[in-house]
Design a protein. Structure first.
Length: 183
């Protein structure tokens, strides 16, 4: 198996993910702002390529104007994000908070309406309440939201790293057995 020969690549990826995860957990604000900056770079580059696609499109088609507009919006968002990542991070937090509150309210309403048809709607109401509380807490204390999101990124990276190290060890073991049986 060719992939087993490169088991060490999975190991390196796992170790790097563990390092990133630990940094994100120890400095969650840095992890969050890094995510915002990466988004800004993506939006800028995507906007440039979208404008290039618009300029190379068939000029007789009206659709290229929409591509041009999309590209300009991407470039503006990208530049704004790179110039003021904290402001864009706050905008993200506000959108996450509004989303959490809206979906929480909708879950509560759904649970109340389902009350006639199912038992255990309490759990849906509870998840809705937690969602609303999470959204309100982010609005009340954006710093807590940055911390929470950075922490989530760190935990994800740790789980990813552990999984990839586990895969690397299994691939290495498979390779050892394969080489031992072919000798």
């Amino acid at each position: 198996m060719l992939i087993a020969r490169n088991w060490w690549v999975f190991l390196v990826r796992g170790i790097l993910a563990l390092i990133f995860g630990l940094i994100a957990i120890l400095m969650p604000t840095v992890a969050f702002i890094s995510l915002v900056v990466i988004f800004g770079i993506f939006a800028l580059v995507d906007g440039i390529f979208t404008i290039a696609a618009a300029l190379f499109a068939d000029v007789r088609s009206e659709k290229w104007w929409w591509l041009l507009l999309e590209g300009l919006v991407g470039i503006i968002i990208g530049v704004f994000t790179l110039v003021a990542p904290e402001a864009m991070g706050n905008a993200w937090l506000f959108l996450i908070a509004i989303w959490a509150i809206a979906t929480g309210i909708l879950r509560i309403v759904t649970a109340i309406r389902l009350r006639k048809f199912i038992e255990g709607e309490f759990w849906l109401i509870l998840s809705g309440l937690f969602s609303v509380i999470f959204g309100v807490l982010i609005i009340a204390s954006p710093t807590s939201g940055v911390f929470a999101i950075g922490l989530i990124i760190g935990v994800y990276a740790l789980i990813f790293g552990i999984a990839f190290i586990g895969i690397a060890m299994r691939l290495r073991k498979h390779l050892s057995r394969s080489l031992g049986s072919s000798a």
